[in-house]
Design a protein around this ligand. Sequence first.
Ligand code: ATP
Ligand code: MG
Length: 248
Amino acid sequence: MIPKDHPRYESLVTREKLVEGVRRGITALEGLIAHGRGEAFDYILGERTREFALKAEKVAVAMMLLAKNPVISVNGNTAVLVPKEIGELAEIVNARVEVNVFHYSRERVNRIADHLLKFGVSALCAGDAELEGLSSARRIVDRRGIFIADVVLVPLEDGDRCEILKRHGKKVIAIDLNPLSRTARMADVTIVDNVIRAIPKMVEFARELRDLSRDELESIVSNYDNRTTLAEAIEGIKEYLESAKRII
Ligand code: ATP
Ligand code: MG
């Protein structure tokens, strides 16, 4: 048991969920390494949702509400960190949820789908179609999901697949704490925030925006420039480091 008053309680609980995910064959070992990289960036962003992330989260939700076939792609990390919230977001924006992993095995995919089902989320995972041009297992998709999606939300994406999704004409929304990653630079909208804060925030935005007209939603999406967001995120890191320098 992690004591509630531990100064790094939140971070330790998150790690514990991922370790448990590995024990249950849901999260890949490599997912722990990916999380470590994310945590390091979170640390130098001040471990809170910044303005540039809020802006991207709102635009992302508006894009999903406008989409014809929005899909939320779930891997072994996202499945254990925010299963309930993924279901809530999917329901409000009317998106399909699809299991899609980098380290593939049929068993792991089924375990992720079973885990999501416990939270009331029925996820696609047929693996009956392939994204051409991609050699990793991320190419294996569902004919009813990512294959036909126009907008894909991909928390913790890999740069290569992000590129291929774009080449297949899809709009990509990434959640990635590293504003320098290939994913962050390839995506149409990059949410530089921790997935454990970003998804609940998106659920809030979805509740707020769900009844807006298409025109109103379009005005939120138009003029959005992802390069500005990434530059603001880098600025945000610089600012945080400057302020940290003063307290040392
Ligand atoms: P890329 O392939 O895009 O160049 P990479 O190879 O550096 O990135 P990957 O291992 O492919 O990284 O993906 C992991 C990414 O997910 C990292 O960039 C990391 O910052 C991010 N990440 C990990 N955990 C979280 C989290 N909880 N919330 C948000 N982002 C996270
Ligand atoms: Mg990568």
